[in-house]
Design a protein around this ligand. Structure first.
Ligand SMILES: *[C@@H]1O[C@H](CO)[C@@H](O)[C@H](O)[C@H]1NC(C)=O
Ligand SMILES: *[C@@H]1O[C@H](CO)[C@@H](O)[C@H](O)[C@H]1NC(C)=O
Ligand SMILES: *[C@@H]1O[C@H](CO)[C@@H](O)[C@H](O)[C@H]1NC(C)=O
Ligand SMILES: *[C@@H]1O[C@H](CO)[C@@H](O)[C@H](O)[C@H]1NC(C)=O
Ligand SMILES: *[C@@H]1O[C@H](CO)[C@@H](O)[C@H](O)[C@H]1NC(C)=O
Length: 449
């Protein structure tokens, strides 16, 4: 009994005074995605605010993202707890064989998963007075289970990051429908990474800029007297250097008119034209298995199971995956675009940035940092999977997710939390009402001593 009291007191002092101010409300949760934030960028020491949040809070060395390591698939997996083969967002641009067209950012791209529900909808359906805010997060614009989030804003390139924060603050402080969870998307440092490469001075400057955005968010919360919040800073993927010196020219191996390409470098879907199925497969197989080949070839059925990709109805008949640093023919166009956005001269050895490779390639891995009353302090956890976040969010807002279909495992994220939960329901709320009474009572005694 006394050791129990002691542990409660220890908890009170470790959690600190901010929690004493906790009422019966769960803390607000703010999830910020800094697109393309390769986990090793933190080692550059250019992001003092993010590093402080990491050192004082809890973090993983990196997070294990999904295949392919692209923006839309990964943001949607973070939000839904599903892999690409279940939510069907296989890439930023995907050929849909049923609709017989290539889909970019659109309702059709995001809404074909049978039981796919982003957490911002789960939150609102989990109780009265639960309101979500979705600031430019990929997939946030469409209805799932017939609903949109209470607060939302569609993506706009170059919309000032601080203005996004200002709007988020309005959602949080809205008196009739205050947001209890917000998903805030920032397209940097991905954009600078593509245009200038991950080792550029421009990328370094962008790291400082996104760090300032995080500082602005913290200051704005403070100025609006919002203190009881959990802040999660994460990303979708990393970044690596590429140049046109490493293009794999597939037209050398294939005959014109026998195939179509789909999706985008560094992975490529290949659809053979009718009658050329075996010819195209044999030629790609031969090219990929020759000495010093720079790509892998898979028939749909042979795509590795662990990628959780091939079961989607959108998976292409053949899939090519470039080796680290290599690109396919479509990179001529992509890299030309990066050069033009960046107003740079394009030479064969100009360096740009790319992602999308197998997540076992460590350059593709993103950050994960969490800080706030629900999380451990000054602690590091083992890397976990981005699909596990769905059950973490459920825990943070007290949503029961047993009726939702997801591939996460709460046990892999439980070590992030200050108060251990069994996760049996995969969704027990952070504090049950009786334990809050006990906890606050103990804290009062604790602070009185
Ligand atoms: C798919 O669309 C293309 C044109 O984009 C057309 O040529 C083709 O016939 C269509 N296929 C089917 C099965 O409708
Ligand atoms: C609060 O949010 C609701 C729902 O989006 C909106 O209609 C209302 O205008 C907001 N109130 C303020 C003061 O912004
Ligand atoms: C980027 O920042 C790192 C760490 O401060 C530094 O070592 C590196 O030289 C910088 N890169 C460029 C191109 O300035
Ligand atoms: C293949 O087709 C492209 C246009 O799609 C054309 O530019 C090229 O000359 C063709 N190559 C051959 C060998 O026919
Ligand atoms: C792989 O790329 C290297 C250049 O980076 C090249 O020398 C080699 O020939 C390529 N392999 C094949 C099979 O094309």
């Amino acid at each position: 009994m006394s050791s129990c009291l002691l542990s409660i007191l220890l908890l009170c002092s470790s959690v600190g005074v901010s929690l004493a101010a906790v009422t019966f409300l769960q803390p607000l949760t703010i999830v910020v995605s800094l697109d393309g934030f390769y986990y090793k960028y933190l080692e550059r020491d250019l992001t003092p605010n993010i590093i402080r949040l990491r050192d004082e809070g809890v973090s993983a060395p990196y997070m294990i993202n999904i295949f392919p390591t692209k923006t839309f698939p990964n943001h949607f997996s973070i939000a839904t707890g599903q892999y690409a083969e279940d939510h069907h967002v296989l890439d930023n641009k995907v050929f849909d064989p049923i609709l017989n067209k290539t889909l970019g950012y659109s309702e059709d791209l995001f809404t074909k998963g049978k039981s796919t529900v982003p957490f911002w909808i789960v939150n609102e359906k989990s109780g009265n007075n639960k309101h979500s805010g979705v600031m430019m997060w990929p997939g946030g614009d469409f209805k799932y289970q017939g609903s949109l989030p209470t607060h939302g804003k569609t993506f706009e390139w170059n919309y000032e990051f601080n203005k996004r924060v200002d709007t988020v603050i309005k959602w949080i402080t809205n008196s009739s429908a205050p947001a209890n969870i917000v998903f805030l998307y920032i397209e940097e440092p991905d954009s600078s990474g593509h245009k200038f490469g991950p080792n550029s001075v421009e990328l370094n400057n962008t790291l400082r800029k996104v760090d300032d955005t995080i500082a602005y968010l913290e200051t704005s919360l403070k100025n609006n007297r919002v203190h009881n919040y959990n802040l999660i800073i994460l990303s979708d993927h990393g970044m690596t250097s590429v140049s046109l010196e490493k293009v794999i020219d597939l037209t050398k191996f294939l005959t014109n008119g026998t195939y179509d390409f789909d999706t985008a470098t560094p992975i490529l879907g290949v659809s053979p034209k009718k009658g050329f199925e075996e010819e195209v497969a044999e030629k790609l197989k031969k090219a990929s298995s020759q000495e010093g080949s720079n790509f892998s070839f898979y028939r749909k059925d042979d795509i590795p199971d662990e990628w959780r990709y091939k079961k989607s109805f959108r998976a292409p008949p053949y899939l090519l995956v470039a080796k680290h640093g290599y690109v396919f023919n479509d990179a001529y166009e992509t890299i030309k675009e990066y050069a033009s956005y960046a107003k740079r001269n394009l030479t064969p050895n100009s360096i740009f940035g790319l992602h999308g490779y197998d997540p076992s390639d460590k350059s593709m891995l993103p950050i994960f940092i969490a800080n706030g009353p629900s999380f451990k302090r000054k602690h590091t956890v083992k890397p976990f999977k981005s699909v596990d976040l769905f059950s973490l969010f459920a825990h943070l807002v007290g949503a029961d997710i047993r009726s939702y279909s997801h591939s996460g495992d709460f046990r892999r994220v439980a070590d992030l939390l200050a108060v251990q939960a069994d996760g049996k329901s995969d969704a027990s709320p952070g504090f049950s009402a009786p334990s809050i009474y006990l906890f606050m009572f103990a804290c009062w005694i604790g602070f009185g001593l």
